[in-house]
Write a protein that binds this ligand. Structure first.
Ligand code: FEO
Ligand code: CA
Ligand code: CA
Ligand code: CA
Length: 610
């Protein structure tokens, strides 16, 4: 069971209405600074963004495309590079490193000359491919709150872009395995860059975890032309097909018929150290290979690190990692090895509200050579197949999975699954178009739960959709303890990312509300008390965009959000975009729509939402 905690301090902002237009929307009394836009320079002397003058070289020194996950890592003025513990301990909420994922590119909105949707996802030249590869990955930018609001600090030594050209190491149990070796890397331990960087997480030793989600879209080639049937099935699993975008035509490592094992070097979680600009990011094979949305940590002194993550695809699974060794605050060298050694589990959500974590361990149950697993590397590389064989519960596209630091329960955003035919208790609606949120309750008391336990209880926290919808498959359910607690604008669909403010309120970012006639945005709600699961609408984004990466400063006074793919709509191209947010430029050589990060705060400086 679940012992409910105390009611959380009420959210008192004035709710905004559902709407759909070319602007972003905030409650009264709030300000949003447009902090970083695609193409903004990250170093002095780079000059303003000029889409006509873009090259791979300049893009690699600028903010990338389709910003997603955000981590705010505080900076202590008295500490230097590598002094992670001092930076974190400062709790500085006015100066820090903004660590932002750049998930994917949309060449038809980035480059002139794309005529129609048929060509929209195809790059026409090697130069386009090189620019796109420099626009993906991650950006680390020092930011500070000045009298004029939040600003990037261009002269900062920490500013850095991570792209598909950034050298990385492959570490953990699968490193060096024969299935990770290629022409460029006969060792199976070194890889160039990262792609599909969706959401992520942070560690208390001052590193950032970034996910590799939809990496299959970067590859082309027909899996059925691959001789090894295990590898062919593996590539099919990740949507690699002959019809994909044509990076492979200009960069042969993205052609699986040329380099059939290169995709095995993507689909991992990547750990990077933003406080050390010379550090080499590492792909952590211990966390398995699938379409990672992100991984978020629960770290308690003297206990194993527990990390939760989702595989964002229809009928895929929720995962949990438990480290072999314990987290010891301040012992950074020790802690930096924790995510390399431990056990990955997949979640089984039973109809009676109980749950079990099933270990992805070679030799356990069906994970044997008879089923095509040679060793632990195979189990991790083919984690999806292993989890399915173990009997994990196929879910409705698990996006963010994150733990509320106040009540210590873990929340799973299940965005939708229109292909579901058979409902179960944890995925209760066939053809789920609106998504839902599941609450995991590990054993133990409020605020002190055992996340390393083999079992858990779970509840349906809310069902997305309009609570008054006639069709029960689309009908939402909120605020069960206080029916009627939400306004006509309080409902949403398609939960994707989630954050918790310092008071334990849940902030959900959506991806898909335009299917229901209004903008994507943010909805905030309590997780305890009478107003549990009763959302209020806080932020709305411009048409075509989804909202990602909500992230609070340590004191909760600023909320950073990513507005991803603005003006993404039918027939919307660089030459004729649906709109030109955020610059809204009307000059002759007008700027295109630009994915951007906003810094949101109250004019009076009090915590966001209070
Ligand atoms: Fe990239 Fe699962 O959203
Ligand atoms: Ca996304
Ligand atoms: Ca997402
Ligand atoms: Ca999504």
């Amino acid at each position: 069971g679940r012992d409910s905690g105390k009611a959380q301090a009420a959210l008192s902002f004035s709710e905004i209405p559902h709407g759909l237009d070319h602007r972003h929307h905030l409650p009264e009394g709030y300000r949003a600074d447009i902090l970083l836009r695609w193409g903004d320079p990250l170093h002095p002397g780079e000059g303003d963004f000029d889409p006509a003058g873009l090259s791979a070289e300049t893009q690699a020194k600028r903010f990338g495309y389709n910003n997603d996950f955000i981590a705010f890592m505080p900076l202590d003025s008295a500490a230097g590079p590598g002094e992670n513990a001092r930076h974190l301990a400062s709790g500085n909420s006015r100066r820090g490193l903004l660590c932002v994922n750049h998930e994917y590119t949309q060449p038809h909105l980035m480059f002139p000359g794309y005529r129609d949707e048929a060509s929209a996802t195809r790059s026409v030249s090697a130069e386009h491919v090189a620019i796109e590869q420099a626009a993906c990955g991650h950006a680390i930018t020092e930011v500070e709150k000045t009298a004029d609001g939040w600003q990037p600090v261009l002269q900062s030594p920490y500013n850095r872009r991570i792209t598909l050209a950034t050298p990385m190491l492959i570490v953990g149990p699968a490193a060096g395995d024969q299935r990770l070796r290629t022409r460029d890397d006969p060792t199976g331990t070194r890889v160039s860059g990262t792609v599909g960087n969706c959401a992520g997480g942070k560690t208390p030793w001052g590193t950032v975890l970034i996910a590799e989600e939809g990496f299959g879209g970067a590859f082309q080639g027909d899996p059925d032309n691959i001789a090894d049937p295990v590898e062919a099935l593996n590539h099919h699993h990740f949507g690699i097909s002959a019809g994909n975008r044509n990076w492979g035509e200009h960069d042969s490592r993205f052609d699986i018929e040329h380099e059939p094992q290169e995709p095995n070097r993507f689909g991992w979680m990547v750990e990077l150290d933003p406080y050390d600009p010379a550090s080499t990011p590492r792909k952590l094979t211990s966390l398995g290979r699938f379409q990672h949305e992100g991984f978020t940590l629960v770290c308690k002194p003297g206990q194993p690190v527990v990390a939760y993550g989702g595989d964002d695809d229809e009928h895929q699974f929720v995962y949990r990692f438990v480290s072999r060794h314990s987290y010891l605050p301040g012992r950074d060298q020790h802690n930096r090895a924790l995510l390399l050694d431990g056990t990955l589990f997949a979640g089984q959500f039973n109809d009676d509200g109980s749950g079990r974590w099933l270990p992805l361990a070679f030799g356990h149950g069906p994970l044997t050579p008879e089923n095509g697993f040679r060793n632990q590397a195979d189990v991790l590389i083919d984690a999806r197949r292993a989890a399915a064989l173990l009997g994990a519960t196929p879910m409705d596209r698990p996006e963010d999975v994150e733990t509320n630091p106040v009540n210590d329960c873990t929340y799973v955003m299940l965005t939708k699954n229109k292909r579901r035919t058979t409902a179960d208790a944890a995925n209760p609606r066939p053809k789920n178009a609106t998504g839902h949120v599941v609450e995991i309750v590990p054993p133990g008391a409020y605020g002190r739960r055992d996340h390393a336990s083999a079992t858990f209880q779970w509840n349906t926290f809310l069902l997305g959709g309009n609570p008054n919808a006639e069709d029960p498959r689309l009908r939402g359910a909120y605020g069960q303890q206080s029916p009627g607690a939400i306004s006509a604008h309080g409902w949403f669909a398609n939960p994707d990312n989630v954050a918790f403010d310092p008071r334990g309120n849940m902030w959900v970012a959506t991806d898909g509300c335009e299917d229901f006639g209004f903008h994507d945005g943010l909805w905030a709600m309590a997780t305890e008390g009478e107003l549990r699961a009763a959302p209020r609408h806080f932020f709305g984004c411009p048409q075509g965009a989804e909202v990602c990466g909500p992230e609070f400063t340590p004191d909760g006074s600023t909320l950073f959000v990513s507005v991803q793919h603005p003006a993404d709509a039918r027939h919307s191209t660089f030459d004729k975009p649906l709109h030109r947010w955020p610059d809204n430029d009307t000059k002759k050589a007008a700027l295109p729509p630009r994915p951007s990060v906003l810094a949101i705060y109250r004019a009076d400086g009090k915590p966001v939402g209070s």
